[in-house]
Design a protein around this ligand. Structure first.
Ligand SMILES: NC(=O)c1ccc[n+]([C@@H]2O[C@H](COP(=O)([O-])OP(=O)(O)OC[C@H]3O[C@@H](n4cnc5c(N)ncnc54)[C@H](OP(=O)(O)O)[C@@H]3O)[C@@H](O)[C@H]2O)c1
Length: 257
């Protein structure tokens, strides 16, 4: 129902994976879609496929995104772009931390700062933040990844407070593993290698499952706010409990996991 109220969307991370699928779905629902990513060639491909308006922009460049949204009335903002790094803080360099904060958190906040006022004025709009189970559970991913995703979880909640009184809806979609190219980028390996390592023989959610979740949240009547959708593979379960026992220099882990 709410799709009939909305005309325009902006999707970050539209050159790949979930953002691509979400942009394509929003186009299929009749919206004008501004598709944002750095890879101009992929965005042109998406344009040819479904008619998005491509914007090859680095979203960590605040001046560039400010210019991008200037004069646009965006009804649906999807903060989907994300980067992730392997290792713990012990293996991090400065760029690992800065890039994740810039892309996963800072850009999302700036886009909300730039786009929410128009939604408030029009008394209509929807912000969808694609976070991660890493924002809610600790499993030894990169610390900055966990931190930025936890921050966007909080941002999603706080935005509802900031927009109180207007018909502006906010949905966080918190996925577990989804079959995209992100693991190839994280490990700097080929798509084929990443596929073999992370997806082959497993029952993993697809980009279309995430697009379904976005469609569901946006399509509810505007008096309904779907606050959060946690979408995990059935065969991926966070939790368990391990406790370490120190024996000499060794730590022996005991417990379920
Ligand atoms: N796949 C999973 O298992 C999984 C699980 C949980 C959460 N997530 C989250 O889901 C979201 C989508 O991930 P995905 O799996 O679809 O990953 P993906 O295929 O690697 O796509 C990441 C997107 O982010 C864009 N991006 C990265 N840095 C950018 C920058 N500086 N400026 C503009 N765009 C930038 C990339 O575009 P360019 O390269 O063209 O810049 C690309 O379109 C991310 O926020 C990710 O953290 C993924």
């Amino acid at each position: 129902m709410a799709f009939s109220e909305y005309k325009t969307a902006l999707v970050t991370g539209a050159s790949s994976g979930m953002g691509w699928g979400i942009a394509e779905r929003l186009r299929a629902k009749g919206l004008t879609v501004h598709a944002v990513g750095r890879n101009a060639e992929k965005l042109e491909e998406l344009k040819d496929l479904c008619g998005v308006i491509p914007h090859a922009v680095d979203i960590s460049d605040t001046a560039a995104i400010t210019e991008l949204v200037d004069g646009l009335d965006i009804d649906v903002l999807v903060n989907c772009a994300g980067v992730s790094r392997p290792g713990s803080i012990l293996q991090s360099d400065a760029f690992d931390i800065d890039e994740q904060i810039d892309v996963n958190l800072r850009a999302g906040l700036h886009l909300c700062r730039l786009i929410l006022p128009g939604m408030m004025e029009r008394d209509s709009g929807h912000i969808v933040n694609i976070t991660s189970m890493a924002g809610l559970y600790e499993f030894g991913g990169h610390i900055a990844y966990h931190a930025t995703k936890a921050a966007m979880h909080t941002v999603s909640r706080q935005l509802r407070v900031d927009a109180f009184g207007r018909r502006v809806r906010v949905t966080e979609i918190s996925p577990g593993r989804v079959e995209t190219d992100i693991f190839a980028r994280v490990e700097n390996i080929s798509s084929e290698e990443a596929k073999a390592k992370y997806f082959e023989g497993m029952e993993m959610p697809q980009v279309s499952d995430i697009a379904d979740a976005v469609e569901y949240a946006v399509d509810t009547p505007n008096y309904v706010n779907i606050g959060m959708i946690e979408l995990l593979p059935t065969l991926q379960v966070p939790g368990g409990l391990r406790t370490g026992k120190r024996v000499g220099d060794e730590v022996i882990l005991t417990g379920k996991k």
